[in-house]
Design a protein around this ligand. Structure first.
Ligand SMILES: [Zn+2]
Length: 361
């Protein structure tokens, strides 16, 4: 589960069933027979080979099937046939409004996405669903974001503990969101708005999510040196609030903890053995993306030593790629090392400049 340990996975070609065959037009069309597919049915059963017939927009038979004269046959030899994938950690909140076909998701075989991870979500959830209604090609669910409700209540004054009264008001917003269909509470405790929240605040809000059968999904407080403690905190929140926990993009985030993923897995397995429902997701690639300021966990964004350490901890300035920077579009697609060379300065100076100029995508 440690991304740095996952070798490049073999490219799996997926034929997408659901997206292609649920339209009315498909329902009218003639039967389709997929021959010789490697079938992964999503039940947990291991892959098996076989044929699948679709008729009237529905799967009517799976097995070794004979071709009939009105079948449209698709040779699926060497291909995986699977129901659509569920992407539990998706940031397409605004993207879906702009481009409802979601071709970037559908073409990867993803047919259901969950938005609102990392503590940031649409609000109110119902208004968001209303806007999407009838305009999108994928199934969408949403989490209510902890940072979202925290900001609704505390406005810009969020770098402190919330008062009991504020927590009570946040709880009301979580309750409302759960009633509007949220799947649970998400948090992003490494980011500024969530960072000052106490574990107790998260337990309180999670209890409300639990009442409506929600789960707690978290980008933990620390994915680096403090990763294991952050994982213990997530488990405590789930246990005290009595709801399942999903660890987002589990990773050992810097070189000081690389190689220690087994300790994290052991913690999770230990908790699962007691019957506690905790799961985790991981990127299928050996990199991660975030706002640049997470490189300096102390938040001293002008402290040259801290910045140098932060850059070295992730493997060096040549490993930090700027993908999006509204203040400096010419930096996009380049590493901090390349930008520094271009500007005849140091990566540390480039970091300071980017953060000063907003550090925003
Ligand atoms: Zn995240």
């Amino acid at each position: 589960m440690n991304p740095s340990r996952i070798a490049a996975s073999p490219l799996i070609l997926v034929v997408i069933l659901i997206a292609v065959f649920t339209s009315d037009a498909a329902a009218q069309s003639k039967p389709v027979l997929f021959k010789n597919a490697t079938i992964i049915d999503g039940s947990g059963r291991v892959a098996f080979s076989g044929d699948v017939r679709i008729k009237g927009g529905k799967i009517v038979k799976i097995g070794t099937l004979k071709q009939s004269s009105d079948d449209e046959v698709i040779d699926a030899t060497g291909l995986v046939l699977s129901p659509g994938f569920i992407d539990i950690h998706n940031h397409s909140e605004s993207g879906l409004l702009a481009e409802g076909t979601a071709a970037n998701q559908v073409s990867q075989g993803i047919t259901t996405i969950l938005v609102g991870p990392d503590g940031g979500s649409p609000f109110p959830i119902k208004d968001y669903f209303d806007k999407l209604n009838g305009r999108i090609a994928v199934n969408v669910g949403a989490f209510i974001g902890h940072a979202e409700v925290r900001e609704q209540v505390m406005k810009n004054d969020y770098t402190r503990k919330a008062t009991d009264n504020e927590i009570a008001r946040m709880t009301e917003l979580v309750k409302r969101s759960m009633k509007e269909g949220a799947f649970g509470l998400s948090s992003g405790l490494e980011y500024d708005v969530g960072f000052s929240a106490t574990t107790e605040e998260l337990i309180s809000l999670s209890r409300t999510a639990a009442k409506y059968h929600g789960i707690y999904m978290t980008h933990m407080r620390d994915e680096e040196e403090g990763m294991l403690d952050a994982l213990r905190e997530a488990i405590r929140i789930g246990r005290d609030a009595k709801l399942p926990v999903q660890i987002s993009h589990i990773k050992m985030g810097n070189r000081n903890v690389w190689g220690k993923s087994a300790d994290a897995i052991a913690l999770i397995e230990e908790a699962r053995k007691t019957g506690f429902d905790i799961t985790a997701d991981a990127y299928p690639y050996t990199a991660w993306a975030s706002t640049i300021t997470v490189l300096v966990p102390s938040r001293k964004h002008e402290d040259r030593n801290e910045i140098a350490t932060g850059l070295s901890n992730v493997g060096g300035a040549d490993k930090v790629l700027v993908t999006s920077c509204s203040a400096h579009r010419d930096y996009e697609g380049k590493t901090l090392e390349q930008i520094a060379a271009m500007k005849n300065t140091s990566p540390v100076d480039i970091y300071i400049q980017i953060v000063k100029d907003g550090g925003k995508p």
